[in-house]
Design a protein around this ligand. Structure first.
Ligand SMILES: [Zn+2]
Length: 260
């Protein structure tokens, strides 16, 4: 079995200095895992390990970013989860696993660190508006999934916000950016006056953005006095990704002041 190596050790070993140089197939091959793309049913990707060799099969879907992310996710299992070297991972499981502590989240984080290394991502994300358009642009540059890229943008970008994933209209998870106080929670169901609610109500609409009153999204008594910028996108049949951006940071500043 290949010994564990961190994503940053692999990035250094391959002397990667540009996103275009992150060749996931070559990286995996060098650590004993062969990546194959072909149509598979029932999951997005799977890995079968045997001794120090593994075969990673990734569904040959149309979206190159998702394919690469799925491949890197399986490679993450190969590096991290020695005791279990047989995984079949659905898109749904990968999407759902950004907040739980389990093998799936570990493989997601590994894939994000490998395909979107902080050292390359942070300069590329600097001063980019906190919107899903920016996430989309960066996802193209790094050739990876929009969800993984949006999480990185929230974590390593320049502005404060919250990322929410809705499945069938209900909040599945949300992640706060670093400067967003813990007292702010995203509603479990997006109320009417939000762009996500428009997307849920209108199946032909895939993408909507604009200013909304913060209490539309944020469960906090004073929220109605503030505004956030919302960008919502349909990312799968029942999945909607919403990125909230405090363009005007007054709410966050007022809350930070109250805490003191
Ligand atoms: Zn997995």
């Amino acid at each position: 079995m290949s010994p564990y190596e961190s994503p940053s050790a692999i990035i250094a070993d391959f002397r990667i200095s540009d996103p275009s140089e992150i060749d996931i197939e070559a990286i995996a091959q060098s650590r004993g895992a062969t990546i194959i793309y072909e149509p598979i049913e029932g999951c997005a990707a799977r890995i079968l390990g045997n001794g120090d060799q593994a075969i990673i099969t990734v569904d040959d879907g149309p979206n190159v970013g998702r394919r690469r992310f799925s491949a890197a996710h399986e490679f993450g299992h190969w590096m991290r989860d020695r005791a279990k070297i047989r995984f079949a991972c659905t898109d749904q499981a990968m999407l759902a696993s950004w907040v739980n502590v389990d093998a799936e989240r570990g493989a997601n984080e590994y894939a994000a660190d490998l395909l979107l290394p902080k050292t390359l991502f942070q300069p590329a994300a600097r001063n980019k508006p906190l919107t899903l358009d920016s996430a989309q642009d960066l996802a193209i540059l790094f050739r990876t999934s929009v969800t993984a890229t949006a999480i990185r943008l929230l974590r390593y970008g320049s502005f404060p916000g919250i990322l929410i994933f809705l499945e069938s209209g209900k909040r599945k998870w949300f992640i706060r950016g670093e400067d967003v106080p813990d007292v702010l929670w995203a509603h479990e169901f997006p109320p009417k006056a939000t762009y996500a609610a428009d997307l849920i109500g209108n199946r032909t609409l895939d993408n909507a953005a604009g200013a909304v009153q913060a209490d539309g999204w944020i469960d906090h008594p004073q929220s109605r006095w503030y505004e956030v910028h919302e960008h919502s996108c349909r990312i799968s049949k029942n999945g909607i990704l919403t990125l909230l951006w405090w363009k005007n940071e007054k709410q966050l500043l007022d809350l930070t002041r109250e805490e003191k």
